[in-house]
Design a binder for this molecule. Structure first.
Ligand code: FDA
Length: 399
């Protein structure tokens, strides 16, 4: 007889939630993790307050090669189910903005809750454990070779759940183990890249804009099918802030991101009106009505917009050039800050080879994938944790 019905690799958001639900159904569950602490990403998320879900989470908020895949799990365990659990534990929370729910007190409350659920139903969590090899055969099911300090241990389990997340933030323990196991059992991997990540600028743009580091302004950002209206922050390496993090998931290297720095204003029309109403005004003065002063001044100098003369002197083509930049700046990033600072990994285990109902492999019976290791990537704002809860639940019910 196997040691466990279910071994889960990864004591993160998806793994812990899955463990509790599988154990609640009477499964003998062991969760393994190489980290010293369970749920490390939960603990640092949302500035230590964990943006644990979003009131408006729906399949449209997720990127995947198969956008239909996430629908079943999200509908069977929704944000309302997780909010119910959080409420049962008396964890106070609030909506910050755009439906994003954060703990009032600390992200530790979420980890404590998940561990308490595991404990309540008897799921074991074993930390500081490296998984060194996994094999499968008809007699033993899954054989999991582990190393804990100097101790080697061989575990046998009927089912194996891969919940070891993506590649973002290697400092917090991210490894490619999930993808390696998927490939070992014949799974395709959709190309992975850093997402929800600051973008870096080409050297000439960086030099021109680095003095704006720390300034933020509301913008819209678009690339491919993505369009976001949120704040952008200039950094000393490039651009960040929610609008940029969001659009980074849609941007591809070599392409541009279109930024509208004055999303509420048709700048050409507005400048023409200003020209009529205040022909003697300076361009610098009126631009400061549209943009933070430092941004207006820097762009004017950098883009070579007239510094002298008054609005009446602006030609039609000068107005069009200024307006085109402010409403449709085609920013061509140099790259992104990469996995070091990315919140998530785009791409992952191809969901077309996974059951959307149970998260079981269609190639290898008894093997399951949940959470970020799958090719399902949420927007910024609590959507990624919701995917961890939903996919963890679906698997916990099916395993
Ligand atoms: P997760 O990464 O949580 O867990 C994977 C586990 O597997 C880890 O415990 C890891 O140690 C373990 N593991 C990895 N390799 C292993 C190996 N070789 N052997 C053993 N164990 C191994 N999302 C959101 O919705 N709201 C938010 O506020 C934030 N904030 C946020 C901040 C920061 C800084 C980051 C980096 C990310 C976020 N996210 C987020 C994203 C969110 O944290 C992420 O999508 C989920 O944690 C994914 O859950 P998983 O359980 O799939 O992986």
């Amino acid at each position: 007889m196997a040691d466990y019905d279910v071994v889960i690799i990864g004591a993160g958001a998806a793994g812990l939630h899955c463990a509790a639900h599988a154990a609640r159904r009477g499964r003998r569950v062991l969760v393994l993790d190489h980290a010293k602490q369970a749920g490390k990403k939960i603990l640092i998320s949302g500035g230590g307050r964990c943006n644990f879900t979003n009131l408006y989470a729906s399949p449209e908020n997720y990127l995947s090669a198969n956008p239909h895949f996430c629908k079943s799990a999200l509908s069977r365990y929704s944000q309302w189910d997780f909010i119910g659990l959080v409420s049962d534990y008396g964890i106070a929370y609030h909506e910050k903005t755009l439906g994003q729910l954060f703990c009032d007190d600390s992200a530790k409350d979420i980890v404590r809750m998940l561990l308490a659920e595991c404990d309540k139903y008897g799921a074991r969590v074993q930390l500081r454990t490296e998984v060194t090899a996994v094999t499968h055969d008809a007699t033993n099911g899954y054989t999991i070779e582990t190393q804990r300090g100097d101790t080697r241990q061989t575990l046998y389990s009927d089912k194996l759940v891969v919940a070891c997340g993506g590649l973002s933030m290697p400092k917090l323990g991210a490894t490619p183990l999930g993808y390696q196991l998927a490939e070992q059992f014949g799974h395709r991997i959709q190309p992975v890249s850093a997402a929800l990540v600051p973008l870096t600028l080409q050297p000439h743009d960086k030099q021109a804009l680095e003095e704006l580091s720390g300034v933020s302004l509301p913008i819209t950002a678009s690339a491919n099918d993505g369009f976001f209206r949120e704040a952008m922050l200039f950094t000393h390496r490039g651009v960040s802030g929610p609008a940029i993090l969001q659009i980074s998931s849609y941007w591809r290297p070599g392409e541009s991101v279109e930024l509208n720095l004055c999303p509420d204003t048709d700048v050409a029309e507005w400048l023409k009106q200003q020209q009529q109403q205040s022909p003697k005004a300076q361009l610098a003065t009126v631009l400061q009505q549209l943009l933070p002063k430092r941004v207006a001044q820097r762009l004017q100098a950098w883009q070579g917009w007239p510094q002298q003369g008054n609005l009446a002197d602006l030609s039609h083509s000068q107005i069009e050039r200024i307006a085109s930049f402010l409403n449709r700046w085609p920013l061509k990033p140099n790259g992104s800050e990469g996995y070091r600072t990315a919140e998530v990994t785009l791409g992952g285990v191809d969901v077309n080879q996974i059951s959307s109902k149970t998260m079981e492999s269609q190639l290898q019976p008894g093997l399951y994938f949940i959470g970020e290791v799958l090719d399902v990537t949420g927007w910024l704002g609590g959507y990624n944790f919701q995917w961890a809860w939903s996919s963890g639940y679906a698997c916990g019910e099916g395993v």
